[in-house]
Design a protein around this ligand. Structure first.
Ligand SMILES: [Zn+2]
Length: 176
């Protein structure tokens, strides 16, 4: 049993990615980079919300629709940060915790791609357990996200504390 499967472990694993964005300083030629857009953010949120292997997936779409995009990363990835106002009542994606963090990581190969080409997702929640952003990048962010990318289902890598949640359980059933 790996530590990172637990809620606390997952937070340790990738909370730093959300706040520090170590790849943020990367400079890629603007000519090679499709601008990251709110449409791309909406598309990825909708994509994940339709996956049967993502517990409570419908909440991802609901939370996305209830929030505002606060940041669209412009490094060539399609990551975004989302903020949901304090007065918006939602069923939380994860049990509340004192700082939130990464709840789920998924990695997909791409149709027509090589074994070295893949798309990574990291789904983040805030302290309330509300969606606070999704990182989407290509080849561990060593290259810009291609314009048209089709993912090979299912993801070959899937882990995170969200997997311990079930679709039907309410978040209050689990200890934070
Ligand atoms: Zn980026």
């Amino acid at each position: 049993m790996r530590q990172w499967l637990g809620a606390a472990g997952a937070k340790r694993l990738c909370a730093g990615v959300a706040s520090e964005a170590p790849a943020g300083g990367r400079s890629t030629s603007p000519l090679e980079v499709m601008a990251n857009t709110a449409d791309a953010a909406a598309r990825w949120a909708r994509y994940l919300s339709g996956r049967a292997y993502v517990p409570r997936a419908h909440l991802i779409q609901q939370h996305f629709a209830s929030g505002k995009i606060k940041r669209l990363c412009d490094c060539g990835c399609e990551s975004f940060d989302l903020a949901i106002a304090p007065d918006v009542p939602l069923e939380s994606l994860m049990p509340p915790s004192n700082r939130g963090g990464c709840a789920l990581e998924l990695t997909y190969r791409i149709v027509g791609g090589t074994d070295r080409e893949f798309v990574d997702f990291r789904v983040f929640v805030d302290a309330r357990g509300y969606l606070s952003g999704i990182d989407v990048d290509f080849c561990a962010n060593s290259a810009p996200m291609p314009d048209h990318v089709e993912l090979v289902e299912p993801p070959f890598h899937l882990h995170g504390s969200l997997l311990a949640m079930t679709s039907n359980n309410r978040s209050s059933d689990r200890e934070a």
